[in-house]
Design a protein around this ligand. Structure first.
Ligand SMILES: C[S@@+](CC[C@H](N)C(=O)[O-])C[C@H]1O[C@@H](n2cnc3c(N)ncnc32)[C@H](O)[C@@H]1O
Length: 366
């Protein structure tokens, strides 16, 4: 399967106060809501009347429409970002979407797409390092590139098309969550959780800009949580960033349905992080709590991780561990050659492991 890679959003300006009103999309799109930015409006007259006697006709001129352009995207105000099925299943991410996410992050958007000098690397402080030690997390950093995200979520892989709720455990600065929220307006809830306060702060700042520029309501904005609400027709869409240990959510109930756990409410949970061994037992517990049919992508092989945890539990005298078979089903398409573009492997791509939650039937072979 080939992936068309278009690289960074060429021509992006670093400062979003200097928008590029002439940027045109190369696809028709459907961004859920009309941009509502009131300041910095760019008004362009698209009648293009220069030197054209017909167009210079005063009656004709009177009729020509003034078009308000959204400076973040270069689209007409109200013009949707995505609206066709190709975009939903496609692996080509629109330059317009990249431009939008770039502008929300100012520097540290999609302009610097490779290597180990991303904002998420550079922002780390001693506080982050202390929290990493205390929570047993890992600050190792890298991002799945926009085309890698689109491929992960396409119909052959995690099938975002049939999802409503997506979580990113270890969201970094939250670019993936923002891309997904804007690209797939049928999703009702996208939640990113990040252990590093410095990375969370960059993401929260981008969320604030999103709320301000697109007229979304800011439901929470503090050092632990930043949450925006988009009203789309009669639907409520939530994009939320949290600062903390992602595995602390294992004990949580869903805000929207108290009968379901937070984890059980998800259709897709991304675990694109090299979680240290101290997190592995929690990851195994998470797999059991996922809803049947829910999907996950992981940095490491969850099957191997599960067996290692199970062995440790058996050695520690937990005889029940032997009865609990690995509850996930590996995607047949996801062999070694199934790769996804990342900042640390932009050409070859990184092999993430893809599973969906299957029924818990068999007795474990230990
Ligand atoms: C490889 S980055 C992934 C960024 C983003 N999800 C992506 O795929 O582009 C992994 C992130 O997970 C965070 N992390 C590690 N352990 C965590 C934990 N227990 N809870 C929340 N975040 C964690 C790290 O700080 C890092 O920012």
């Amino acid at each position: 399967m080939s992936v068309e890679y278009k690289g960074s959003a060429a021509g992006c300006k670093e400062d979003d106060a200097s928008p590029s009103p002439t940027l045109r999309p190369n696809t028709s799109q459907d961004l859920s809501s009309a941009p509502r930015r009131r300041s910095n409006k760019c008004i362009s007259n698209r009648s293009g009347s220069q030197g054209d006697p017909l167009k210079d006709n005063p009656v004709r001129r009177k009729r020509s429409k003034q078009v308000e352009i959204d400076p973040d995207t270069g689209l007409k105000v109200g013009e949707p970002l995505y609206n066709d099925d190709n975009e939903m299943s496609g692996r080509v991410v629109s330059p317009t979407l990249k431009q939008l996410v770039h502008n929300l992050f100012k520097s540290g958007g999609f302009e610097n797409l490779q290597g180990y000098q991303l904002e998420g690397h550079k922002c780390i402080t001693s506080v982050d390092k202390r929290l990493e030690r205390e929570a047993g997390g890992s600050l190792l950093y890298g991002e799945v590139l926009p085309e890698g995200v689109a491929r992960l979520l396409d119909d052959d892989h995690l099938s975002v098309r049939t999802a409503k709720v997506l979580y990113d455990f270890g969201m970094g600065t939250g670019k993936l969550c923002l891309q997904v929220f804007l690209e797939y307006p049928h999703l009702d809830q996208v939640v990113g959780i990040e252990i590093s306060p410095s990375r969370y702060k960059i993401g929260a700042q981008a969320l604030r800009r999103l709320a301000q520029r697109r007229g979304f309501a800011l439901l929470a904005d503090n050092e632990h949580r930043c949450k925006v609400l988009q009203l789309l027709g009669n639907r409520r869409r939530i994009l939320e960033f949290r600062c903390g240990d992602a595995f602390a959510t294992l004990a949580e109930r869903s805000e929207h349905d108290p009968h379901v756990s937070f984890v059980g409410a998800a259709d897709i949970i991304l675990l694109n992080t090299d979680f240290p061994e101290s997190c592995h037992a929690s990851i195994c517990e998470l797999l059991f709590r996922m809803a049947l049919g829910a999907r996950t992508a992981s940095y490491g092989d969850l099957r191997k991780m599960y067996l290692a945890v199970q062995q440790r539990q058996l050695r520690a005298g937990d005889s029940k561990a032997a009865n609990r078979a690995f509850p996930m089903v590996h995607y047949p398409i996801n062999d070694d050659s199934d790769r996804f573009r990342t900042t640390w492997s932009p050409k070859l791509g990184h092999h993430f492991f893809l599973f969906h939650r299957g029924p818990f039937l068999k007795k474990a072979k230990v």
